[in-house]
Design a protein around this ligand. Sequence first.
Ligand code: FPP
Length: 266
Amino acid sequence: MTMPEATTQERDKGMKTRAADVPAHVGVIMDGNGRWAAARGLPRLEGHRRGVEALRATVRAALDFGLDYLTVYSFSVENWSRPIEEVTDLMGLLKRFIRHDLRDLHKAHVRVKIIGAREPLQPDIRALLDEAEDLTRDNDRLTLVVAFNYGSRQEIAGAARAIAHKVAEGLLQPEDINEHLFASYLDTAGIPDPDLIIRTSGEQRLSNFLMWQAAYAEFVFLPMHWPDFNQQAFAAALTEFATRERRFGGVSAAPKKSKFLGGFRP
Ligand code: FPP
């Protein structure tokens, strides 16, 4: 994957080029690979392969737009219920993505972080995920969060279990538990909540993705299938985001007009 290089000046000064209306953190539910393939009489694997191409383009766009975090839903805990051949294909694509793209991601100063349960994965996949995180740990241009074998309910239950152990051991008091402490036990500890969640393929649901973290996220649902997602579609979603008024439970400020890349609309 060819990534835009940060300029020396950007690197030296830690400069970011994110405009005021551009969200810091975007989550993406990459849906519709199967339908994209079926519509063309192709095997589902071809849809997933093209989905990886769209993912590459999305990372490049996230770098161009200056996002701080991009979280992609690559494999959910529910995806194990798919036919074994498709599960094997998706595992193979993840391996190939990391083997093929890791050096380029590192060169582009992308930090890779994986969320989700790692123990049930094959040892070679676990080793690759560890390698990706270790190699890119100190990068600071964009954090690419890959949700793999991820499920929000499982993540929340795991955090509750870990906190319960601490209370049982006397290391925490029940009164210590608040939303900040709880969030620090999630896989996403230290990562700001997503500002925007994009889902392709016309479905309008969260499907066990970042349910705690998306409490105040804006949602943009696009009719296109994931393999057709590209920089222009991403820009359109950001334009839509820029028109949203985020009140976080407070009161209304002045009405907003989109400033981002004026004109594109989903
Ligand atoms: C949804 O399409 C997509 C997925 C289940 C996986 C997303 C995976 C990729 C984009 C490629 C793999 C990338 C990595 C890094 C592993 P779907 O199969 O649910 O489509 P459908 O709803 O049309 O059947």
